[in-house]
Design a protein around this ligand. Sequence first.
Ligand SMILES: [Zn+2]
Length: 318
Amino acid sequence: MCADSVGVSDTACIACGAVHWRVRHRIREYTIAQCMCCGLARTCGADFDFTEFYGEDYFVGAVGEKGYNDYFALAGALTRTNRSRVRRLKRMLPTATSLLDVGCGPGFFLEQAKQGGLRTQGLEVSPFAAHYGREQLGLAIDCGAVDPQQLARFTEPFDLVTMWDVIEHLPEPQTAIAQLAGKLSPGGVLALSTGDVASLAARLCGRRWHLYNLPEHLWFFNERSLRLLLERAGLVVERVRREACWYTARYLLDRLMYSLGRPPLKLARMGLFERLNFPVTLGDIVTIHARKPARVAVPACPAPVSAGITNYELQVTN
Ligand SMILES: [Zn+2]
């Protein structure tokens, strides 16, 4: 199948610049087109209002394919993942004092970063989630998208910038990465996680892969396309991992039912399933840490040599 019918056939890939696309899947009314050069895939046919889409119903009581049944029930599991992420970031940059979390949701990661001694700032497109983080958790969270106008409000650079499972939601990830690289201190680290469309799990599951959350997932990266995007922004990839993340048993059941095309289970003892947490990896979540090069130290100009040396040489010669 070619990608002509979905309107991307003459669009340059945001990672490698190629214009060779193929249709990878058709899922409901959407088409997943894939770059034949670097493997980056994108959702075609998604057109929605972001601010409205990520309202309260995205985080709580989501129905059908959209959002979470109860994001807040995941708080305990997320805390365990977030603590290890903060520890890893501090090991990579022990001198770090400031952190910006982009797409921070209600602020569960920011909460752990703050407890880890970092000065934190959040940026979140959902007014509902940003309000929760500010009011319930006492966090500094600005509500808005990743754009130059919004980022200009942060006058100081950040030592650490994080985007956990966010890049796949952004309409223009290449622009966002470049802008965020500009907000990093020299030597600072940008860390992000996202699904890996080249993973064995994604290939085996095909169109039923649990991360084909449509329409909100607009992009599906692999390690190569992520590296290209980060390197284009002047960052140096230092670490690539397939990390295990903590989830509740209920969330895992919900995702399983979604992959099977079934509605969520309504179990009488669902509370028990919300308290049971497990570290899980299918090897299909890639986490990347990339560093902004420190400024190259310019050696001090040597003292003017012409007059003195010439005189000296003249003296010796004479
Ligand atoms: Zn490409």
